[in-house]
Design a protein around this ligand. Structure first.
Ligand SMILES: CCCCC/C=C\C/C=C\C/C=C\C/C=C\CCCC(=O)SCCNC(=O)CCNC(=O)[C@H](O)C(C)(C)COP(=O)(O)OP(=O)(O)OC[C@H]1O[C@@H](n2cnc3c(N)ncnc32)[C@H](O)[C@@H]1OP(=O)(O)O
Length: 179
């Protein structure tokens, strides 16, 4: 855990927080215009600074939601010179996860949909933006875009995140979900 990684303030009433709980962020609400938001955790595939295979995304809050500037590189290649669609999805999913700093809740991805409008090129600067489109109880309906330096949107995404409590991360016996 780095100095910047948020620490939990949540634990079972009447018990001391355990080591695992100490690693779970509370996602405090962070004001617009702040410095880079803390990573979800140090080894997060999307944003963890200590994950050499990760994207090490750096995200800031703004008046609308969150944004990041990002370049995909040769580790993320799909078709030659083009970022793998799964890598793009990873980064967008993680970007959505930074919106939790605007709501101050723990939540996880239930549904993620992406329109790849144009190739996302390697070693090319892009701006990623995400915002909360609507909240309905536990349901966070999220939207994101990736645009190039000419302000052309090359990717759009929507997601449904569901707010969970801390037990979600402490339960090792999740059952498959049937709809
Ligand atoms: C011990 C050490 C732990 C260490 C942890 C450390 C750190 C944690 C740090 C951060 C974690 C937080 C965020 C991370 C941020 C970013 C990373 C990127 C995000 C991710 O990488 S995250 C991983 C991938 N993610 C999952 O691993 C989720 C797997 N999944 C589940 O665990 C369950 O699925 C769950 C709990 C999500 C929900 O389960 P559930 O049973 O509570 O929910 P349920 O089914 O009841 O649905 C509720 C209402 O949503 C409606 N609904 C459902 N689906 C819908 C759809 N598609 N469209 C429209 N509505 C829909 C229903 O219709 C109902 O609506 P209504 O309430 O109105 O009836």
């Amino acid at each position: 855990m780095t100095e910047d990684t948020p620490r939990t303030g949540t634990h079972e009433p009447g018990s001391e927080p355990c080591e695992a709980e100490d690693s779970i962020p509370t996602f405090p609400v962070v004001a617009s215009g702040s410095a880079d938001l803390p990573p979800h955790h140090d080894h997060c595939l999307g944003c963890g600074p200590a994950n050499p295979h990760g994207h090490q995304l750096r995200v800031r809050r703004d008046a609308h939601g969150v944004h990041a500037h990002h370049r995909f590189d040769s580790r993320h290649v799909g078709a030659p010179t083009i970022a793998h669609g799964g890598a793009v999805a990873t980064v967008l999913d993680d970007l959505f996860g930074f919106l939790l700093y605007t709501v101050g809740e723990l939540a996880v991805t239930r549904h993620l949909a992406i329109d790849y409008l144009a190739p996302v090129l390697l070693d090319t600067p892009y701006t990623l933006r995400a915002h909360i489109h609507a909240r309905d109880g536990r349901k966070l309906h999220l939207r994101a875009t990736i645009e190039n330096d000419h302000a052309h949107v090359v990717t759009t995404a929507t997601a449904l995140f569901l707010i969970v409590d801390i037990d979600h991360f402490l339960t090792t016996t999740h059952q498959p979900h049937h709809r």
